[in-house]
Design a protein. Sequence first.
Length: 271
Amino acid sequence: MSSVPVKERVKVSQNWRLGRCREGILLKWRCSQMPWMQLEGNSLYISQADFILAYQFRPDGASVHRRPLAVFAGHGEDVCHFVLANSHIISAGGDGKIGIHQTRSTFAIKYLAHEQEVNCVDCKGGVVVSGSRDRTAKVWPWSSGRLGQCSHTIQTEDRVWSVAISPLLSSFVTGTACCNHFSPLRIWDLNSGQLMTHLGSDFPPGAGVLDVMYESPSTLLSCGYDTYVRYWDLRTSVRQMATTCWQQALPTMVSCGCGTGARGPACMLSH
């Protein structure tokens, strides 16, 4: 792999080159949509308008049953984002609400979280973090007696497109629109809500970060409108933050989903 250019390694991982690849269409819609998806075991969870649908894969692993295994509803507008945690789905809606759904029943709770649409949400260790178009990120406790009671409200100066809680449960990162603040990537203390540091300062205006993902407590992936996938090493000093960048071949935005499930980074593009 050392002889392969870095840009090529992004496009083609070792598993892709040496393994078998089959492309196929799992689901179709009559109208164009940009759903959020998450794979959990042999089930595919996918948002469609104001619903979240769960589809079960067939034994061949290459197709899904056309009839949904479960349907999770409750939002008044489109579901913008969701995560699975502890047999629950935590969803972010265009109606400004956060929804908590049990995956094994129809039980659901919703509460008003933001003044405008909730663009992103993450949940770890009994804590929910949300980000919104209203230029705030909020921290919420996930306990039966404190649902809907905000612990911290953070003014980000920009629309919040993405959030991710650190595996250490000590901090979280926000990815913002990069319109009013020079750095769209900032790390906040989870307990106090105070700013800890920012990542990078050479982002062009409008280079919003649409997805962030911790690979480990000390490494972070980000992707966004500037078509770059960035791999951050948080162990270095703030002034000498180590980062590796891969630019996509086409000037198109990265819509969601960055990760390194194989030997190299992978992301989804919106053409």
